[in-house]
Design a protein around this ligand. Structure first.
Ligand code: AMP
Length: 276
């Protein structure tokens, strides 16, 4: 049975009754659930006796008001998907429940949060780290599941749990992509069907371009507005805009990913061919 918790006190009563020997896995989300989110949920269900998924559209992490207002969330659909998977609990509090302090207190990371996504979305990671800290303190999970799709976020969360000695293991989960190689994202729903196919050129170019400069040039040529392409720690990261929708992705530059590369270029070229 899936129980929906909207109230911190209600959750606390449930959590306090859980035996210490029961492991709790949590999957924090903004809602608008797709197969990417559900892959994290399945992993948690496999690895823990109890799984809680949070659905909370965290206003303070949105640096752009229209992105927040147009975020494609549908609570009833999300609940149905999670019930179908057999999730034990859904935690979905109102804004005031999580921010009784009106966001006067916040978690700020002073280095890595300033680059890439942090440069282009000022304040974004302050909002993310603050809400994750609140959720981890309230939910008290043994494991918390995060996607490599948001690699910079995953690293920041992992290092925050270490910095604050939080008794939780952060589990990283691989990026789930559609048949054309495009990373699944709630925001993809705002693309037209043509845009959805075109968007698959983004991961293809990200993974195949010889270097950063060529990646930028090829993406522009393909019709994307490029916010950044950067390489760090053996990965290439990027953010682009297509049809007013902002897309982010990252890939490993490891040679072992060569297979993924050739597979991606084939599928997205085929898809573009079908458009012509
Ligand atoms: P969000 O609702 O966008 O905050 O995402 C909630 C969690 O799901 C985050 O840890 C994301 O990294 C993860 N996630 C989102 N999209 C994907 C995807 N395509 N593959 C794997 N994980 C994802």
């Amino acid at each position: 049975m899936t129980t929906v918790f909207k109230d911190v006190g209600h959750w606390n009563r449930f959590r306090n009754e859980m035996p210490n020997t029961t492991s709790l896995g949590c999957v924090p989300t903004l809602g608008g659930l797709h197969e990417g989110h559900l892959s994290l949920v399945r992993r948690s269900l496999e690895e823990n006796e109890t799984t809680v998924v949070s659905i909370f559209l965290n206003r303070v992490q949105f640096n752009n008001a229209s992105d927040y207002e147009n975020y494609p969330a549908n609570f009833e659909e999300d609940v149905a998907k999670l019930k179908a998977l057999g999730v034990d609990a859904i935690f979905s509090p109102a804004h005031d429940q999580l921010y009784p302090d009106f966001y006067r207190y916040r978690i700020i990371e002073d280095e890595e949060s300033r680059s890439m996504e942090g440069t282009h979305r000022p304040g974004h990671f302050d909002g993310v780290l603050t809400v994750v800290m609140k959720l981890l303190n309230i939910l008290r999970p043994n494991r918390a599941y995060f996607g490599e799709k948001d690699y910079q976020q995953l690293q920041l969360v992992k290092k925050m749990t270490e910095a604050f000695f939080l008794p939780v293991k952060v589990v990283s989960c691989p990026t789930i992509r559609d048949a054309n190689g495009l990373a699944l994202s709630s925001r993809n729903r705002r693309l037209t069907s043509r845009g959805l196919v075109k968007a698959a050129r983004f991961p293809e170019i990200l993974v195949n371009a010889e270097n950063v400069e060529l990646a930028v040039a090829e993406l522009k040529e393909a019709g994307f507005e490029v916010e950044y392409i950067e390489e760090r720690g053996g990965r290439r990261f990027g953010a682009v805009v297509l049809e007013n929708v902002r897309l982010i992705d990252n890939v490993s530059l490891n040679v072992a990913d060569a297979q993924l590369r050739s597979g991606m270029s084939r599928t997205s070229r085929q898809a573009e061919g079908q458009l012509k």
